[in-house]
Design a binder for this molecule. Structure first.
Ligand SMILES: *[C@@H]1O[C@H](CO)[C@@H](O)[C@H](O)[C@H]1NC(C)=O
Ligand SMILES: *[C@@H]1O[C@H](CO)[C@@H](O)[C@H](O)[C@H]1NC(C)=O
Ligand SMILES: *[C@@H]1O[C@H](CO)[C@@H](O)[C@H](O)[C@H]1NC(C)=O
Ligand SMILES: *[C@@H]1O[C@H](CO)[C@@H](O)[C@H](O)[C@H]1NC(C)=O
Ligand SMILES: *[C@@H]1O[C@H](CO)[C@@H](O)[C@H](O)[C@H]1NC(C)=O
Length: 213
C-alpha cells in the first residue's frame, strides 16, 4: 500500500514538472540575436522553432547578428529594444531617415501603431527652395527638388506639389534628427491571444509556475 501511494505521488510530481516545462517553453523561451534585445512571446525570430505558433506581424529577422523587423510598406527597420510589460518596441532606420519612414510606413494590417500622439502633416515636393522659415528634409531632398513637412492648412506654393498628407509623430527638425526619433511603436495582441494570456494569468496555479521559470 505504502509503495502504491509513493508511486502515485511520484507520478503526480513528474506530471507537474512536465507542466512547468511546457508553460516555460510557451511563455518564457527567450531567443537572442547578437547583442540585441531578448526575444520572446509574442515575438519570435523567423525560422527558429518555438513552442507557440508565429503570430502574424510579430516575426523578427536575425541577419548578421542584427535584429530587424520587416514592413512591406517600408522595408527593414532595426529593433533597438523591446519592453514587454509596457508593449513598446523601439526601432531605428538603417537609412537614417525617420521622415521617410513616417511618409511610407503603413501600419494598418499590422498589430502596431505609433506610441506617440499623431498629427497630420503634408509632405511637399518643391522645385525651388521655400522661405528660410521652412527647413527641407535632407534625406528626402535632392539637388533639384526640396521636400518639406508642413501643416496641411498651409497655402501650397505653385512650385510645390503635395506628395501626401499623413498623420506622423514629428515634423522635421534639424535639431532633433536622429535615426530613431519617433520610431517607437506599441502593439495589440489579437483578441484570441489576449484571452489566452488572460486565462493563463487567471489560473494562479499556472501563473506561479510561469513566474518561477
Ligand atoms: C554573431 O555573434 C556571434 C557571437 O557574438 C559570433 O560568433 C558570430 O560570428 C557573429 N555572426 C556574424 C554573422 O556576425
Ligand atoms: C546613419 O548614421 C550613422 C551615424 O549617425 C552612420 O554611422 C551611418 O553610416 C549612417 N547610415 C546611412 C545609411 O547613411
Ligand atoms: C488626418 O486627416 C484625415 C483626413 O482629413 C483625418 O481623417 C484624420 O483623422 C486626421 N488625423 C489626425 C491624427 O489628425
Ligand atoms: C520629388 O520630385 C522629384 C522630381 O520630380 C522626384 O524625383 C522625387 O522622387 C520626388 N520626391 C518625393 C519624396 O516625392
Ligand atoms: C475573448 O474574451 C471576450 C470576453 O472575455 C469574449 O467576448 C470574446 O469572444 C473572446 N474572444 C475569443 C476569440 O475567444
Amino acid at each position: 500500500m505504502g509503495t502504491f501511494i509513493f508511486f502515485i505521488l511520484f507520478l503526480v510530481i513528474t506530471f507537474q514538472s512536465s507542466i512547468i516545462k511546457v508553460n516555460c517553453a510557451n511563455f518564457q523561451a527567450t531567443e537572442f540575436c547578437g547583442t540585441g534585445p531578448d526575444i520572446h512571446y509574442p515575438f519570435q525570430i523567423k525560422g527558429q522553432q518555438t513552442q507557440y505558433e508565429a503570430l502574424p506581424g510579430f516575426e523578427l529577422l536575425c541577419k548578421d547578428n542584427i535584429t530587424t523587423i520587416h514592413f512591406p510598406s517600408y522595408g527593414d527597420l532595426v529593433v533597438k529594444s523591446i519592453s514587454y510589460d509596457t508593449k513598446k518596441i523601439d526601432l531605428l532606420d538603417p537609412r537614417n531617415c525617420s521622415q521617410g519612414v513616417f511618409m511610407n510606413l503603413d501600419l494598418s494590417h499590422t498589430p502596431f501603431k505609433f506610441y506617440y500622439f499623431l498629427k497630420n502633416f503634408s509632405y511637399l515636393n518643391c522645385s525651388t527652395n521655400l522661405s528660410p522659415r521652412f527647413i527641407e528634409v535632407p534625406c528626402l531632398s535632392g539637388s533639384t527638388y526640396h521636400v518639406y513637412t508642413v501643416d496641411p492648412a498651409l497655402y501650397v506654393p505653385s512650385s510645390c506639389e503635395i506628395v501626401k498628407t499623413v498623420a506622423i509623430p514629428f515634423e522635421y527638425s534639424p535639431y532633433v534628427s536622429d535615426n530613431s526619433l519617433g520610431l517607437r511603436l506599441t502593439w495589440d495582441l489579437p483578441e484570441s491571444e489576449d484571452n489566452k494570456t488572460l486565462a493563463q494569468t487567471r489560473d494562479s496555479h499556472k501563473a506561479r509556475y510561469i513566474e518561477n521559470c
